[in-house]
Design a binder for this molecule. Structure first.
Ligand code: CAA
Length: 394
């Protein structure tokens, strides 16, 4: 039985900073950011968005036919949750008025949580072929003002519907994971930004790429010629180039050229949105589909997922005939072109004006945005959310 991704929804907040502006403010060469790191813009997260609203807004972008009474499981993968106990997935079920007869929970393992959710959902559908699962990778990447990772910040969520006979990508039974306990990036409870050793994390990622691809090829006898595209978790787009370069010595020129061009297409949305942690790999898949008009149904796509701490996993899938219609490509372009550019001072003010952690009552000022769902505030210890559609009586 074929199982895989039936549809994808994407959401990112409506503010961004141009990284040339940020480079000037930080006294860096703009080319370091745009070429050396490979980022053009950085999403700025308003206080009205958290991982719950990002997740609900992403699922709200799914094609209307993709969430129905067959839904049996809702998973949110995130490293930036807002509650130490309660799953964001439960709030998503409520906000979207989903069928309550579902299993709802979160998965945490840095940028790997979404992949863990996707593969758990595949196994769930294999056991229950008449059911579907909603997996949402939702994160806010915050490193701190003027920190080493600042230029790679971002925010967004990618919603994946997993089903039998999927219309977008059939997943192959070839997923291979590698886990090793390393201190490259982690965020102790109570901290709002991670402890990260940027250069060590980059070399750890490449070490995992080498190990996982070598073993995958020895177990599955796949060749680079089998792949129309290789996608990577993109904390910043240069990381994808580094990963491909690490594999390049074993490729012929034609494979290298094709995979390089397709990686460039798959990096376009990350260049503008920034790191969305556990959704970044799936943002690359969206970007490939939106930006590369040469990929075809039947093409095999390889996906490398990396979550610091660390877990690396490689798996692959085959594009299905209706793949291009299972993402709202026009809606994504509209969402991005409606974004508002902030100057660095405005960004710094927004960065420090988030709803503080803790449980004191607070109200978040309402603002104009592209989001259906937003954070209203906190009352009686719990966050509460607004639904613009409901408020307008639609
Ligand atoms: N023109 C062009 N290129 C320039 C340049 C210029 N004027 N100046 C510098 N560069 C290049 C450098 O040569 C370097 O390129 P290479 O990596 O190819 O050598 C690149 O720009 C970056 O320069 P630095 O290494 O000096 O930059 P930095 O010290 O500020 O650190 C970083 C960069 C490590 C990525 C940092 O932004 C960071 O810590 N990021 C967060 C951690 C991260 O994303 N790690 C990735 C792996 S972990 C993971 O994947 C999980 C996750 O999502 C976090």
């Amino acid at each position: 039985m074929d199982i895989g991704i039936d549809a994808i929804g994407l959401f990112t907040p409506h503010w961004y900073v141009d990284l040339v502006d940020l480079a000037h403010a930080r006294g860096d060469e703009p080319a370091k950011y745009t070429i050396g790191i490979g980022q053009d813009q950085m999403t700025v997260t308003p206080a009205t968005q958290d991982v719950v609203t990002l997740a609900a807004n992403a699922a709200n972008q799914l094609p209307a036919d993709s969430l129905d009474e067959r839904l049996g499981m809702v998973i949110v993968g995130s490293e930036s949750g807002v509650d130490e106990s309660k799953a964001a997935a439960i709030s998503v079920v409520k906000l979207l008025h989903l069928n309550p007869w579902v299993r709802a929970f979160d998965i945490k393992e840095a940028c790997y949580g979404g992949t863990a959710g996707l593969l758990a959902a595949r196994d769930f559908v294999a056991a229950h072929p008449d059911k579907t699962a909603l997996v949402i990778a939702s994160d806010i990447a915050r490193y701190g003002l003027a920190s080493g990772g600042e230029v790679t910040q971002g925010a967004g969520a990618v919603a994946l519907v997993v089903s039998a006979q999927p219309k977008l990508l059939v997943l192959h039974d070839d997923a291979l994971a590698y886990t090793e306990d390393i201190p490259d990036f982690f965020r102790p409870t109570g901290m709002t930004v991670p402890v990260v050793d940027g250069h060590y994390s980059t070399s750890a990622y490449l070490d995992f790429v080498g190990k996982v691809f070598a073993r995958h090829q020895s177990q599955h006898h796949d060749q680079y010629g089998d792949y129309a595209a290789l996608l990577f978790h993109l904390p910043f787009t240069k990381m994808g180039k580094k990963a491909l370069a690490a594999l390049a010595p074993a490729m012929n020129d034609a494979d290298h050229q094709r995979l390089t061009e397709r990686l460039a297409a798959a990096s376009q949305l990350s260049r503008r949105i920034g790191n969305i942690y556990t959704g970044s790999l799936y943002l690359s898949l969206v970007s490939l589909i939106c930006e590369d008009k040469t990929i075809r149904s039947g093409d095999r796509i390889g996906l490398f997922s990396y979550g610091s701490g660390a877990v690396g996993e490689f798996f692959s899938g085959t594009l299905q005939p209706d793949f291009a219609n299972r993402i709202d490509q026009a809606g994504i372009q509209q969402m991005l072109s409606a974004r508002v550019r902030l100057n660095v001072l405005e960004y710094e003010q927004v960065f420090t004006a988030q709803l503080p952690l803790g449980d004191a009552d607070a109200t978040v000022p309402v603002e104009e945005s592209t989001a259906r769902f937003s954070v209203g505030g906190r009352a009686n210890h719990a966050r509460w959310y607004r639904d613009q559609q409901q408020e307008k009586g639609a």
